[in-house]
Design a protein around this ligand. Structure first.
Ligand code: ARG
Length: 594
């Protein structure tokens, strides 16, 4: 019996190794380093990925309406007995009712439903579209299934490879085991050869009506009328100003003044967005007729307007004038209010692990270092939190002796200089006296950076640069808070160029000290936040950055990213410096050198 089992396992392991080896070979070119496009191939949902996708696994044949509950039940057990309905957890005007001492129930106005009234109309019942996306339509039966190839309509449960041929424009469908690839004729690209040679966008791509339906990283775009988008609380058709380009399709568009066309995509049950793999159209100067009289070149000091990257142009037009006075001198009444970000535009796309919109997290700074007295460029090492014009809070483990430090505030991107950015040198850093980094845990992981400035003015308050408030009370377990940073993501170990944010839950200290989680290493200088089932988490490069929670609509910096066992792993949530424990320390250090 046992031998049989062993034999079975061996055969299975051999099959698995073979299939993995085959995939690796199949997708690599002759050079040893895959180029960007080859890397993208990996993100494509192959047959196995579709089978393994928890989105389908959770929904197939499951007509039960309430989801996600099993996963997060622990959190409701841990909540404080009071305040389940305060703040109101029910979305879409749902009315919250206390249920027992530790739970709540939302009464949802029609047609909303779900534990927190987060779900829209019912046409797309769970599992209705098998391994496909359910999109909403305006005529009966009010939904349509968009199958993931090679799954076939009508209900995306039957598999058929290359029949009918999914490749467009004469593309040839090549079978590869359970999968297929489209071999496109010259000039055509995209998974289905559906993107033609003239497919390009001008300026910020507002007028783009092309057929690209993949993100920069190769993720397949969701249909704009996908029921999944609506279920997550966003409705592209009602929230964007420029809806002309949107429709029942999954092509990239720019309905909201972004830098270039973008789209929503999905990872597991998370809704994300990203810019698309679109090509800018060639400059019109290439088509100047030969008899055209070329004017004198402009004086060398003037910048030709075409040299201006479109990103900068769009940004300057998007950005209303800042609060800096005409003399450029900071006003004394700056930073009077903490913890209030730039009001989000109605169409902000903020869901787990999403790109932050301008001014969304104005207290987040990037801490950058270089060897002292060197000409090397500064590079990002950690996040930090602006708590006053001249003070940044960060993790002690971010501070290395003999390094020159600077902070960049007001910037979302690490790889380009944004007009909203303020780069400020660090005068000195104060590491907590009891900071200790052991192989088990990092204790008292907190430091303050004093910025260089004049008369107590260092950072300038603008729409993009604001302070977070210091916390004064302990908050309830289970509360949803926000983490942000440029650190490593599931798709890049090097981190993200654009600031990302995600929501995490505060985890009860006893729960987090269970043997299968972190055991007895946690002390009062730290706490856990995240999801015990894994997934959303901070990671390398996020350290020192904020975990903020809303208290009466004001963001307080409740934690600083500190450490964790791997990232996003099951039962290994992120560990954060417990800022409430250091309130007096922070105040005393800041007062000592105002
Ligand atoms: N120590 C890391 C850093 O320096 C942060 C790690 C956070 N890890 C986690 N799983 N949350 O950036």
């Amino acid at each position: 019996m046992n031998l049989k089992l062993l034999f079975f396992c061996l055969v299975f392991a051999v099959l698995l190794i073979q299939s993995k080896a085959k995939r690796k070979h199949g997708h690599r070119g002759s050079s040893s380093r895959p180029d960007k496009r080859e890397m993208r191939e990996k993100k494509r949902m192959r047959f196995e990925d579709i089978l393994a996708d928890i989105f389908f696994a959770e929904t197939v044949d499951d007509e039960d309406e309430d989801d996600d509950q099993g996963n997060s039940d622990w959190i409701f057990d841990l909540q404080d007995p009071d305040g389940q309905c305060n703040p109101n957890p029910c979305l879409n005007n749902g009315v919250c009712k206390e249920k027992g001492r530790r739970n709540f129930k939302c009464d949802c106005p029609k047609p909303f439903r779900g534990r927190k009234c987060e779900k829209g109309p019912k046409a797309c019942r769970r599992g209705r579209c098998g391994r496909g996306e359910c999109v909403l339509t305006s005529s009966p039966p009010y939904y349509e299934c968009k199958c993931k190839e090679p799954f076939q309509p009508p209900d995306c449960r039957r598999v058929s490879l290359c029949e009918p041929n999914p490749c467009k424009n004469g593309g040839q469908c090549i079978r590869e085991g359970n999968d297929f690839d489209c071999q496109c004729p010259e000039g055509f690209r995209g998974r289905f050869c559906h993107v033609g040679p003239d497919d390009c966008y001008v300026d910020d791509g507002e007028t783009y009506r092309g057929l690209v339906s993949e993100t920069e990283d190769g993720f397949e775009c969701l249909y704009w009328n996908s029921h999944f988008i609506l279920e997550k609380g966003a409705d592209p058709f009602s929230s964007f100003e420029d809806k002309d380009g949107l429709g029942p399709h999954n092509f990239c568009r720019n309905p909201d003044g972004e830098q270039m066309p973008w789209c929503f995509y999905r990872r597991g049950r998370r809704l994300l967005w990203d810019y698309c793999d679109v090509t800018p159209c060639p400059e019109p100067t290439n088509v100047v007729p030969t008899d055209f009289v070329i004017p004198d070149p402009p004086p060398t000091s003037a910048k030709p307007s075409t040299a201006q990257p479109t990103t900068v142009t769009t940004q300057t037009t998007q950005v209303p004038p800042t609060d800096v006075t005409s003399t450029g001198v900071a006003e004394p009444q700056q930073f009077l209010t903490c913890g209030v970000p730039q009001p989000k535009k109605s169409f902000a796309r903020i869901f787990g692990g999403l790109k932050v919109s301008p001014g969304g997290i104005p207290w987040q700074v990037s801490i950058q270092e270089k060897p002292k007295n060197s000409l090397l460029p500064y590079r990002h090492i950690c996040g930090g939190v602006l708590v006053s014009s001249c003070w940044v809070l960060t993790a002690a483990h971010c501070i290395e002796k003999n390094k020159a430090l600077q902070v960049v505030a007001g910037s979302l991107s690490l790889d380009k200089v944004e007009p909203t950015a303020q780069t400020i040198e660090v005068e000195n850093s104060i590491v907590h006296e009891n900071y200790r980094d052991t192989s088990e845990a990092v204790f008292n992981d907190i430091a303050l950076l004093r910025l260089k400035g004049n008369d107590g003015f260092c950072a300038n308050e603008t729409q993009f640069v604001k302070t977070a408030c210091l916390p004064d009370v302990k908050l309830s377990d289970g509360m949803e808070c926000t983490i942000s940073g440029w650190g490593a993501t599931e798709s890049s170990d090097y981190g993200s160029n654009h600031l990302l944010e995600a929501d995490v839950l505060l985890i009860n200290q006893e729960k987090c000290s269970e043997p299968k989680i972190y055991g007895s290493v946690l002390d009062n200088s730290m706490f856990c936040a995240g999801y015990l089932q894994g997934g959303v988490d901070s990671c390398q490069g996020d350290s020192g950055g904020p975990l903020t929670c809303k208290q009466n609509s004001t963001s307080v910096v409740y934690g600083l990213v500190s450490w964790g066992d791997k990232c996003g792993a099951k039962n290994k949530p992120g560990v954060y410096t417990r800022v409430t424990e250091f309130r007096n320390w922070i105040k005393s250090k800041m007062q000592a050198s105002p």
